[in-house]
Design a protein around this ligand. Structure first.
Ligand code: GYE
Length: 311
């Protein structure tokens, strides 16, 4: 199928391509930036991008993929909201010889059902966050609460795994409560309010680990409303490195974040181009970098730099 696909599309230059993009929704600032940058990357390449927003629902993503297949698009980009339940529709795309590229999240389907996955090392992100907290607490007893991402999504599964691995052997650190905040500010605030109430107004909580900055920003609001100081009474570590977490860091209200680039589409479309033009199949995983930022990294300056980049 690969060779055939290459022959079929061998002559297609990006300018003739029609690509379907099934996006999860706009649950976080990071997600919105990914959408903006994907549209920009497609525009740059003269690609006709068909955009479908799934409002966080897998069935809407499956519907969108079936519609793209029926339209006979040249390729499909998808950020899969959860990791399971994709075999059937991905097989339909494969049978239609339409290459599928996963963005920022993975699926548990066999990897011959997609061309490549462009994601960070989600487990590594969790362990970077965990290692930061191990160092920051330096052996002192510290009860940790955790705001998980969307239940069943690969980032929620892997970021939890990596964080717990980093805490292993550091018995001073204990995760006392862990619940999904669905990657949103609103839910992050709500769940943090319930953690604070359940833990003596927050006196019993020393740190928050949030699977993304948006939930951390919501939680910071709840911590302040409970009369505590986020960043000192309760340490705050999260992932994404969106502009607003740097604003919080500059105010001393957040401590660390692990960067996730929102530009997954650039590497994805480059790999697709090489595949369609000369049948060069990319590796099944194109990994993006993860970088730790703390208050020592001039957060006010980073905020200014990041503000314009699609967020
Ligand atoms: O961290 C979060 C978004 O899938 C890794 O999804 C991505 C996550 C990201 O909601 O902000």
């Amino acid at each position: 199928a690969t060779i055939l696909a290459a022959c079929t599309f061998g002559t297609a230059s990006a300018a003739d391509l029609t690509i379907g993009f099934s996006q999860i929704g706009s649950e976080s600032g990071w997600r919105a930036a990914e959408t903006t940058l994907t549209k920009q990357e497609a525009e740059k390449r003269g690609i006709d991008l068909k955009f479908a927003d799934a409002q966080q629902k897998q069935e809407n993503q499956i519907k969108a993929l079936r519609s793209f297949i029926a339209q006979g698009v040249d390729a499909i980009l998808i950020a899969p909201v959860v990791a399971t339940g994709w075999d059937e529709v991905l097989t339909e795309a494969k049978d239609a010889e339409i290459p599928v590229i996963l963005l920022d999240r993975t699926v548990d389907s066999k990897d011959d059902l997609y061309l490549t996955a462009v994601t960070s090392d989600l487990v590594h992100e969790g362990s970077v966050a965990g290692k930061w907290l191990v160092d920051a607490t330096a052996g002192k007893a510290c009860n940790v609460v955790e705001l998980q991402g969307t239940t069943g999504s690969s980032p929620a599964i892997d970021r939890k795994k990596g964080f717990e691995e980093a805490l292993k052997g550091n018995d001073n650190l204990k995760i006392i409560r862990s619940q999904t905040g669905d990657f949103t500010r609103t839910k992050g605030k709500e769940v943090m309010e319930s953690f604070l109430k359940a833990e003596d107004g927050g006196k019993n909580i020393c740190a928050l680990y949030a699977h993304n900055d948006d939930m951390a920003v919501g939680a910071i609001q709840a911590i302040k409303e409970a009369g505590l100081k986020p960043g000192t009474d309760i340490l705050v570590v999260s992932i994404d490195a969106v502009p607003d977490i740097f604003q919080a860091m500059a105010a001393g209200e957040a401590n660390a974040t692990v960067e996730l680039t929102p530009n997954m589409a650039g590497p994805a479309l480059d790999a697709l181009d090489a595949f369609l033009k000369d049948g060069k199949a990319p590796p099944k995983w194109i990994q993006t970098e993860s970088k730790l930022y703390t208050q020592a990294d001039d957060p006010a300056k980073v905020y200014e730099e990041k503000k314009g980049l699609g967020y």
